[in-house]
Design a binder for this molecule. Structure first.
Ligand code: NOJ
Length: 562
């Protein structure tokens, strides 16, 4: 049985504050900049904002390295600015979900300063310290940001674990005092009135206490340690405890970011009877195009693989648990460049992709700029890039393997995180109206053609198409609660599926190619009461005979039968 919940009926908009809107001309987006744009978000029709970290941070990883959990980063403004943002959001009936980064802190967090000061310090055990093994690191694990996951600390002669950068030491969740401190901090934000948390790599917090080596591939120095920290031995116990001690007392929404999570695991994380989280972000579709060398080894992807993945999650969490739906975020390339066509068919394919995702079952997330069809960027030089993951990988490849720089740049153009982090393109004025100063990361040169001002003036824009999809979710219960069924599993061109609730059926059809294709459609629907809910092609009409359909390039439509 599925329950009805506000967070199942909501659409979430993700803000990456550094790149959203700069109100004071220092080139960095800020909180007042967000407050200025709330009416824009309201116009779009979203219900919830997920705000990437705004906490005090030395910005080794743009705020995902937190120095003080209860302070606002100077560059983003003050706590008064934050309180004002929250108040203005609530006035407009918008909810605010904060990023909760508690797998690690910054190495400049006061806990870590204490922890590294001596082996006897009361906070020593808040982090994960180990002795070296035969003069080397305690395990052969590789950091997500290249190199070892262990950093030697001369002062006490031990290594600390950092799954990400060496300025992001991992917290030790085995320590119950640390857990209580985290819970206390969460209560503090919830008592302030925030409406939930997006939890950063939350399925990494329980480490296998044996700390085994990973299995090494030939010719490389490090191995993946993920079997020993992804979905680790005590993860469900920790999340259940967090729910029991904190979350259950508030009417909030939770979503766990979970690389490497399976459907079976996700049922446990999101099953309502289990009282852990509301939903998770899985990454299976984000792995489409990964080659044997991982994400930087970008390869062509197949629509049948995408359908298999999406369908597995739709069916898997149908009655037990709940899905989140997303095409991109601040770590991923822009969807229209990745799965659509950002040239000739940019508008068409952006709308098609939106249709395909927003008609599925789950809570949709829109990443800033997606609603106007922002694209990937290809800056000429590595000097133009800012992202730590990109830069570390580039330097490692240059130094260790002497890889051709052009080849590296091609990978960065396809998969680098800065694709998503170029400033939001508000208008055609200098720096896309993002800042009066010099932006921290250059704007995408296509801002004169692609920007919010222009989108708001064009009734056929991608923006208004998203608005309509969001409205449909509010009007049609079937969009939220209907069951999903894939059609034409083997089709490499078309992603088509139905949703069913009671006597109603939705038929969703999306052409993922730049070709005209003909399909014979679903004879069983013909003759029933039929309504065209949305389409990205003017040629489509209520009276279309679905027996035999020509689809234009990147065409998408949704019919409702009742
Ligand atoms: C996932 C976040 O989305 C990413 O931006 C960050 O670098 C890592 N977690 C580490 O916090």
């Amino acid at each position: 049985m599925q329950t009805k919940q506000w967070w199942k009926e909501s659409v979430v908009f993700q803000i990456y504050p550094r790149s959203f809107n700069d109100s004071n001309g220092d080139g960095i987006g800020d909180i007042k900049g967000i407050t200025e744009k709330l009416d824009y978000l309201k116009e779009l029709g979203i219900d919830v904002v997920w705000l990437s970290p705004v906490y005090d941070s030395p910005n080794d990883d743009n705020g995902y390295d937190i120095r003080h959990y209860q302070q606002i980063m100077d560059e983003f403004g003050s706590m008064e600015d934050f309180d004002e943002l929250l108040e203005e959001m609530h006035k407009r009936d918008l909810k605010l979900v904060m990023d909760l980064v508690v797998n690690h802190t910054s190495d400049e967090h006061p806990w870590f300063a204490e922890s590294r000061s001596s082996k006897e310090n009361s906070k020593r055990d808040y982090y994960i310290w180990k002795e070296g093994k035969n003069g080397e690191e305690p395990t052969n694990w590789e950091s997500s940001f290249s190199g070892s996951t262990w950093q030697y600390d001369k002062n006490t002669g031990e290594y600390y674990l950092h799954l990400f950068s060496k300025k992001q030491p991992d917290l030790n969740w085995e320590n119950s005092e640390l857990r209580e401190d985290v819970y206390e901090m969460m209560r503090w934000w919830l008592d302030k009135g925030v409406d939930g948390f997006r939890m950063d790599v939350i399925n990494f917090i329980s480490k296998d206490q044996r700390f085994p080596d990973g299995e090494k591939k030939p010719g490389v120095k490090y191995a993946s340690g993920s079997p020993y920290f992804m979905n680790g031995p005590r993860i469900h116990e920790f999340l259940h405890e967090m729910n029991n001690k904190v979350l259950q007392y508030y009417d909030v929404m939770t979503v766990g970011e979970m690389p490497g999570v399976s459907v079976e695991e996700a049922k446990l994380y999101t099953g309502e009877d289990r009282k852990e989280l509301n939903m998770v972000f899985h990454f299976e579709h984000m792995g489409l195009g990964d080659g044997p060398g991982g994400k930087w080894d970008n390869q062509p992807w197949k629509l049948t693989d995408m359908k298999k993945i999406m369908t597995k999650w739709q069916k898997g969490l149908e009655q037990k648990g709940w899905n989140s739906l997303y095409w991109n975020n601040h770590d991923q390339p822009r969807v229209v460049s990745r799965f659509g066509n950002d040239k000739e068919y940019r508008e068409k394919s952006a709308k098609m992709l939106a249709t395909c995702l927003h008609m599925m079952k789950g809570t949709p997330y829109i990443y800033q700029g997606e609603e106007i069809g922002m694209t990937n960027v290809a800056f000429p030089s590595i000097e133009d890039y800012e992202d730590i993951e990109t830069l570390n990988w580039y330097n490692e490849q240059r130094e260790e393997f002497d890889t051709d720089p052009d080849k590296l740049m091609q990978s960065i153009y396809a998969r680098g995180r800065d694709n998503a982090r170029t400033p939001v393109q508000w208008d055609a004025s200098e720096n896309a109206g993002f800042t009066d100063g010099t932006p921290w990361l250059a704007v995408n040169p296509n801002y004169k053609q692609i920007n919010a001002e222009q989108a708001l003036q064009d009734p056929n824009s991608i923006f208004y198409y998203y608005q309509k999809l969001i409205q449909l979710r509010k009007q049609e219960e079937i969009v939220v609660y209907g069951d999903y069924e894939l059609l034409f599993e083997e089709d490499e061109d078309i992603f088509a599926y139905t949703r069913t609730l009671g006597k109603e059926t939705l038929l969703v059809v999306c052409n993922f190619t730049d070709k005209k294709v003909k399909r014979d459609y679903i004879p069983s629907f013909v003759g029933e009461n039929k309504e065209l809910l949305i389409a990205n092609d003017e040629g489509r009409s209520e009276n279309d005979d679905l027996l035999s359909v020509w689809l234009n390039p990147y065409e998408a439509f949704v019919y409702k039968f009742s």
